[in-house]
Design a protein around this ligand. Structure first.
Ligand code: SF4
Ligand code: SF4
Length: 215
């Protein structure tokens, strides 16, 4: 009898306990802010293009050699709309081989790759987890939106923006806006030793003028 009461008490306390597990995949526990899922490529809204230039640094450092990329000339740079001379053309990560180490993120100098919240990519086929550039950019955009991601430093000015900056600077330094230069010194201020009221003519002229005035 005593044992039955004890068992009932244990059952009741277990039933009342707060649930700490979820019935995955029907239920999902909330992800923490610092959760590291698969790497994804970020999108530059200001330039409307990827941050990635295809420089290959992350690819050289990846310990599992699961990444590949190609770069190309950026047509937006030629048009003056972007500061990036080169841009990524193709990018692939085999997420089946990625060990989520985050080294690619650490070595990238362009804010171009982040460890996203994406973590559910189980597939039946060996090569089905190879993801291409559009997929990586979609993952990156979703991550940027969910996390409120911000780039670490502002973009350098594009060629068109540089022209606008140069024109504004030239307008600031325009000669008509500056005071006229003094003929003696070339500076807007008169030279220190210049007489305050200069005589109108030479000494001889002044003497002749005085003599003419005498009756
Ligand atoms: S993600 Fe970064 S390091 Fe990797 S290729 Fe792109 S710009 Fe280079
Ligand atoms: S997280 Fe690590 S293993 Fe995965 S792609 Fe980046 S460097 Fe390679």
């Amino acid at each position: 009898m005593l044992n039955s009461v004890k068992a009932l008490r244990v059952s009741l306390s277990t039933m009342m306990r707060r649930k700490v597990t979820a019935e995955y995949p029907k239920e999902h526990l909330p992800l923490q802010d610092r959760f590291m899922g698969f790497p994804a490529l970020t999108w530059d809204e200001a330039r409307d293009e990827p941050f990635c230039t295809g420089c290959m640094v992350c690819i050289r450092y990846c310990p599992t050699q699961c990444m590949s990329a190609q770069m190309t000339d950026n047509t937006k740079f030629a048009d003056g709309d972007s500061h990036r001379k080169k841009i990524v053309e193709t990018f692939e990560i085999n997420l089946g081989r990625c060990i989520l180490c985050g080294i690619c993120v650490d070595v990238c100098n362009f804010d171009a790759i982040e460890m996203s919240f994406e973590h559910e990519r189980s597939e039946r086929l060996r090569d089905a987890n190879r993801v291409d550039l559009p997929t990586l950019l979609d993952m990156g955009k979703a991550y940027q939106e969910e996390s409120g991601w911000k780039q670490s430093k502002p973009n350098a000015p594009s060629p068109k923006e540089k022209e606008v900056i140069a024109a504004a600077k030239a307008a600031e330094e325009a000669p008509e806006l500056k005071p006229e230069a003094h003929p003696a010194s070339g500076s807007p201020d008169p030279p220190e030793d210049a007489p305050e009221d200069a005589p109108e003519g030479t000494d001889a002229d002044n003497r002749a003028k005085k003599e003419g005035e005498t009756p």
